[in-house]
Structures are given as structure tokens and as C-alpha cells.
Design a protein around this ligand. Sequence first.
Ligand code: OAD
Length: 247
Amino acid sequence: MIQIDKSLIDTLRKSESIVFFTGAGISSESGIPTFRGKDGIWNKLKPEELANFNAFIRNPEMVWEWYNHRKKIIHEAQPNAAHLTIAETQNHFKNVTVVTQNIDNLHRRAGSNTVFELHGNIERNFCINCKKYYNEELDFSKGVPKCECGGLIRPDVVWFGEYLPEDQFLGGEKAAISSDVFFVVGTSAVVYPAAGLVYTAKQSGATIVEVNLEETPLSSIADYSYFGKAGEILHGVLEEYKLSLKY
Ligand code: OAD
């Protein structure tokens, strides 16, 4: 059991706005593989061959095969203790915002109400031509599904070289600027511009709390770093906080 610093609990007691900035590591306890690290997907597959627009145009079948495989894993997964603890935090603070790099929808399924998705959502799809959305189950029986306009339908996720959805990024940035405590959970923090939000929060005066299995490039700027499983650590922080309210 990791010891949570009393000074962090004191800071939380004075805080109104909490942000949880999350990455693939928060969903690894739900059985969804991360990108980097020991069992990361990018150790086996090259991002430039799958997660980019040119790859999709060259070989849409291969890219869809990979996304359908990930979709299956995600559909079978359940929110874990980390997602659930974050959702429970909403009962204790005025503003709780999740800013996630994940596309798996597990924060919403856990009950988080304010979620900014920086890299899209695997549950949505759209036509590369006319941008019409297709969010129902797609039919692959005749090959890669096409829009009524003839364009290929792709998953609504951000690929390498693409811009982040502006409204989601601006929402995340606004939350970072006004946060009192900014938790950075389960992200290697190497993919920009998403990772830059941690610096935005820091420059705006937030207390930065990192939760990860290991050190990351952000550990040096974090006010607190807790190394271990996100589910256990976040649960520990919330329990210590609730305990502190009794005295
Ligand atoms: P990564 O796979 O790069 O990093 C996952 C992080 O989670 C690592 O630092 C692990 O140490 C940590 N981790 C793993 N299991 C954990 C656990 N149980 N508890 C706490 N920490 C744990 O994933 P991201 O940082 O999310 O982008 O990757 C960022 C982006 O890179 C992704 O959104 C994706 C990828 O390319 C796009 O697809 C655009």
C-alpha cells in the first residue's frame, strides 16, 4: 500500500477543480494493451503502417482489421477501479474534468460526466469524403464500408499527422488552466500536443500529481509522483481524502 502525502490531501481539501489527464495505462487493468512499455502494441506494430491516413488509403482492409480487433477487446472490457474512482471523485469536488488520450469510452461508461477526448472515440466513424457520421455497427460483409456518397468510412480516431479535434483540445486546455490539482495517470507523456497540457496546468499554478508504473519525462515537473497501479493509487488517494474529512 503506497503512502499518500498528507500535504497532497491538504491541497485537495482546498481544491475545487480537479483534472484527470489519462492515457492507455489507465485502461491496462481492464485488459486493453498500452502502446509503449513492456507489452505495448507499438513494440509489435509500426504506427506509420496503421495509424495514419496514407496507410488507410493504401490498405483500408488492413487498417480496419486492426481497429475491429481493438474494438472487440474494448467492447469486452469493463471500467476498472481507476475509472470508477475518478467518476466517484465527482461526488466530492465542484469541478471534475477528464481529459483523455484514450479512444475506449471507458471513462463515460464508468460514469464520468465531463470528458474531453483528445484522440477521438472508436465507437464513432465518418466518411472521409463528405464527413457524414456512421455510429451504428458497420457492415463489413461486402468489404470496407462506404458512405452513400461513395467515400470510404473510417474510424473517428486521430491518426499520426492529423490535428486534434479543436473543441476537445480547447476544452481540455481550459480545464488545465483552471485546475487546482492536475492528475496525470497512465500516460508515457511523449505524444504532443496532448502531453503539453501538463505544462499548461503547471504554468497556471496547478499541483501536478503523476500516477504511473514507472518514471516518465514528466516526473521531473510533477509535485507528487506515485509509482504503482492506477486503480490502487487513485483509490488510496480518494480514501485518504474522505478519511481526512472526518477530523
Ligand atoms: P503509452 O502506451 O505510451 O503509455 C502508457 C503508460 O501507462 C506507460 O507510461 C506505462 O508505464 C503506464 N501504465 C501501464 N499500466 C499502468 C497501470 N496499471 N497503472 C498506471 N500506469 C500504467 O500510452 P499513452 O501515453 O496513452 O495516440 O499514449 C499516447 C498516445 O500514443 C495514444 O493516445 C496513441 C498513441 O500513439 C494516438 O493514437 C493518436
